[in-house]
Design a protein around this ligand. Structure first.
Ligand code: CR1
Length: 833
């Protein structure tokens, strides 16, 4: 590796090398210096935001020093790196995480306190980095934390959206979307104006002969947009390894700015070009589990994949290794099908630009990529229209056709004359217009395909990719059950519980080996321990109650049972089942005698989550929850027995307050629809029980913690098809209790019934696709069991402790270990002691 500083001067350089703070005094030096110089503030005008900024810059300096060392070490070692391609990284806040991971939170707390600031107030100044929709984006963020903590040489690649997921406000019971401009001041990113890539769009493909007389396809014309790199350091926990998340921002290529237009007075026109280029990385598409097929989205995908691959290929070429060594140096994981064009782009680079033969190139491509599927729901499976691809990426479409032809020839050889099979597995769907099926392309172009929980991986193999299992054999398909990072989701979100656990299991080592939680099981009957456990839960509930009071004005009793469902609003996740159950509870309470009411455990039903702006039914569900809350919360007759809360703008930092405060949380998707779910893991890890269907990771959670510790209900995935059939052919009787609930809504108990008619009809008249009516009875009965169980607090706490002690499996460290061993074939590179 070359160095730009000549040998004789290196000693001088090293003498002045940045060190980063270690002690409280040094931290204060750095923080105050940044406030006074980087921010041009002083003793007289330093508010909490300035304190946050100064402290963040001090920590960023420290991270960058380690980041530099890590990158150098990884380059020297020359071993294989992992590149995690994801259109979404839902990072949340960085400062608290950085403090904890480098082990200097106490230093910072004392240091800030002496300077006149409370660390909590400083931390809460930070704007969430919200470059994601839901589980898929948060999983990517957990994986970055685990890869750094486990010392894997790994980079994330994504887009630097100017606007992340919108901010949600609830106005008069309706969702309103506010743009999330998060880049005002972001101390965590490093612009790399020297790292740019020109990305081509449109144009045409022409044949040219090279010097050896070989005919090459050349992609010419069209327009060029420039990708500029922005880096964010990713610190591991208790290791100096600091990895990189590289985000690409789009701007007009310098050669593109039309000076002629400009000089001719068409200032607006030349600026418009500029803006059009910047549009590519302007905004995150706010859909979770839904494909909308918009041209700009396809542009985003190609722009990000092409820039990232250029970067990786450039890095590989510096090693001077032969192309055949590429898959020994590079593993690329595709987070769902959004980056599938990377497969085509690498093939294009190898055959068109580097002159490799098709088969040699394709061998390299397939061995480089792995594909993770995150959903089997038809509306979320990506398809791109052939005419659109033809227009935007003409060369790539031709390559896709060639990939398809060679694949189909192979299939035809293996299963001669099975024409139906060829039609079923073709990458091109013969529709009007023709469509490219991205999940098929990703499967064909990768050496491993995995689902994200056992049931889901089985469904992948028996439904959407069934034919591919027949063609490739079962070994290409595998499962890696999702996980979460215990650093953020226990240590950071629930410091007191983390501390209590550490005091019992002997150290904080469990944060790096979560299976050590099993030592807690010895304390299931320890009275003092249980008391402390309960106190912590109560304190967390008080904190959430305070947040609810501050944001909604509703007073909730922290002694009540907190029942929480926070996640994206989606019919398949069935928040409608939850609110219908709440209405049933309300009607039941209203009909109870005073005596009966005394026996009932008071409840707070808490909802939170965003609806995609164009998803009308999801917005109706939000409106129904808010309308029910309006009536119930103001019904003096009901009082504390029931409260219904909508927490607005659910995001990562809110989740850190909400998750530790649950008694029970809801994971109630129609069986077979939720690929994994990850908040289920977060809630159990924080000592809350869950009510759920036999879906996604709920099934494995049950297996780990024991079925006595979870409230399962509802129909099984294998019965869903028959039940839907019964609805379609009218062989269905609506449950009596559910009918009463609908009657109450239709009677106007929660305001204008017209607002809710489509929602009610989707269940009563239109086939009930998500089987709300089929599961309603079992859901209500299971909630009655929850009420009963909660009365025996001693037993309840035992269940919680037992559950936590058995959650070791759900660490994202375990996931990364599995990916590394089964899919990437990479080794960690720990820092020298
Ligand atoms: C799934 O719906 C899963 C996450 C992460 C989501 C959810 O159940 O936990 O992925 N899928 O694996 C998704 O966003 C596009 O698909």
């Amino acid at each position: 590796v070359e160095s730009s500083i000549p040998e004789p001067q290196r000693d001088a350089w090293k003498k002045h090398s940045a060190q980063g703070f270690k002690t409280k005094e040094e931290f204060q030096d750095e923080t105050v210096r940044h406030i006074e110089t980087s921010l041009a503030r002083s003793l007289f005008n330093c508010d909490e935001l300035a304190a946050y900024s100064g402290a963040s810059l001090a920590f960023r300096d420290r991270l960058i020093i380690e980041w530099n060392k890590t990158q150098q070490r990884q380059t020297f070692a020359g071993q294989k790196r992992v590149y995690y391609f994801s259109l979404e990284f839902l990072m949340g806040r960085a400062l608290d995480n950085a403090m904890l991971n480098v082990g200097l939170k106490d230093v910072a707390r004392d240091g800030l306190s002496e300077l006149g600031f409370r660390i909590e107030d400083v931390i809460s100044q930070e704007h969430d980095a919200a470059l994601g929709n839901g589980g898929l984006g948060r999983l990517a963020a957990c994986f970055l934390d685990s890869m750094a903590t486990m010392n894997y040489p790994a980079w994330g690649y994504a887009l630097r959206y100017k606007y992340g997921i919108f901010k949600q406000e609830i106005v008069d019971g309706y969702q309103v979307e506010i743009p999330d401009y998060w880049l005002d001041f972001n101390p965590w990113e490093f612009p790399r104006h020297d790292i740019t890539v020109d990305i081509q769009f449109y144009g045409s493909v022409n044949k040219h002969q090279n010097e050896d007389g070989k005919t090459l396809s050349v992609w010419e014309g069209g327009e060029i947009v420039q990708a500029v790199a922005y880096d964010a350091p990713i610190p591991g926990y208790e290791t100096s390894t600091t990895n990189n998340l590289r985000l690409w921002s789009s701007k007009a290529s310098s050669g593109e700015f039309d000076f002629q237009k400009f000089n001719a007075g068409e200032y607006e026109g030349s600026v418009a070009d500029q803006q059009r280029a910047e549009t590519i990385s302007a905004v995150l598409y706010p859909n979770d589990n839904l494909d909308r097929g918009k041209e700009l989205r396809l542009k985003q995908q190609y722009f990000w994949c092409a820039a990232s691959l250029f970067d990786i290929v450039r890095r590989f070429k510096k090693t001077k290794k032969p192309w055949s060594a590429f898959p020994d140096q590079v593993a690329i994981q595709l987070n769902d099908t959004h980056p599938t064009l990377a497969i085509v782009e690498l093939q294009r680079i190898l055959i068109d630009l580097e002159g490799l033969e098709w088969d040699d190139a394709w061998h390299i491509v397939v061995n480089t990529f792995g594909y993770t599927n995150h959903t089997v729901m038809p509306e979320a499976l990506e398809k791109w229209s052939v005419p659109l691809l033809q227009h935007l990426l003409p060369r790539h479409l031709l390559i896709i056709y060639d990939i398809n032809m060679k694949f189909l020839q192979m299939v035809e050889k293996q299963f001669p004359k099975d024409r139906d099979l060829l039609g079923r597995v073709s990458i091109i769907e013969e529709s009007q217009p023709k469509m490219v099926r991205m999940a098929f392309l990703a499967t064909i172009g990768s050496h491993k395909v995995n689902g994200v929980a056992e049931l889901h991986s089985d469904l992948v193999k028996t439904t959407i990719l069934k034919d591919f299992v027949k063609i490739y054999g079962p070994d290409k398909f595998t499962n890696v059950t999702n996980g979460i990072t215990p650093r953020r989701w226990l240590h950071q979100a629930n410091p007191r519980l983390s501390e209590l656990i550490a005091s019992k299991v002997g150290s904080y080592e469990f944060l790096k080996d979560l299976t050590l939680l099993n030592k807690l099981e010895h304390y299931v009957d320890d009275k003092d321990f249980k008391k402390e456990w309960q106190d912590i839960k109560y304190a967390n509930k008080v904190r959430l109650a305070q947040h609810i009071m501050n944001t909604t004005g509703v007073k909730v009793n922290p002694k009540a049972l907190f029942d929480i469902q926070v996640k994206r609003i989606h019919e398949y996740k069935r928040q409608q089942l939850n609110i219908l159950g709440v209405i049933h509870r309300y009607l039941t309470i209203k009909a109870m005698s005073a005596e009966e009411r005394k026996k009932l455990a008071p409840r707070v039903s808490i909802f939170g989550g965003k609806a995609a702006p164009g998803y009308w039914m999801a917005k109706t569900i939000i409106h129904l929850v808010c309308s029910v809350g309006e009536v119930v919360n103001n019904d003096k007759d009901v009082g504390d027995l029931l409260k219904v809360i909508y927490i607005e703008d659910y995001n990562v930092s809110k989740a850190e307050i909400i998750t530790p405060a649950s008694d029970i949380s809801e994971h109630i998707s129609t069986a077979g629809t939720e690929a994994s779910g990850t908040s289920n893991m977060k809630f159990v890890l924080n000592g809350g029980l869950i009510i759920g269907t036999c879906d996604g990771a709920n099934i494995e959670i049950t297996r780990e913690i024991g079925e006595n510790n979870i409230f399962l209900f509802g129909n099984l995935a294998e019965d869903v098809e028959d039940l839907r059939h019964a609805h379609t052919y009218g062989k269905f009787q609506l449950d009596e209790d559910l009918k009463k609930v609908f009657d109450a809504i239709k009677g106007g108990l929660f305001g204008d019934a017209g607002h809710f008619s489509a929602l009610c009809n989707s269940i009563v008249d239109h086939g009930d696709y998500y089987l709300v009516s089929d599961d309603f009875n079992s859901y209500v009965k299971t909630h009655a069991l929850v009420d009963e169980a909660y009365k025996d607090q001693d037993e309840w706490v035992s269940k919680c402790i037992t559950s936590v002690s058995r959650m070791g499996f759900f660490s994202s460290d375990r996931c990364i270990q599995e990916y590394a061993d089964m899919i990437w074939n990479v080794e960690p590179l720990p820092p020298k002691p």
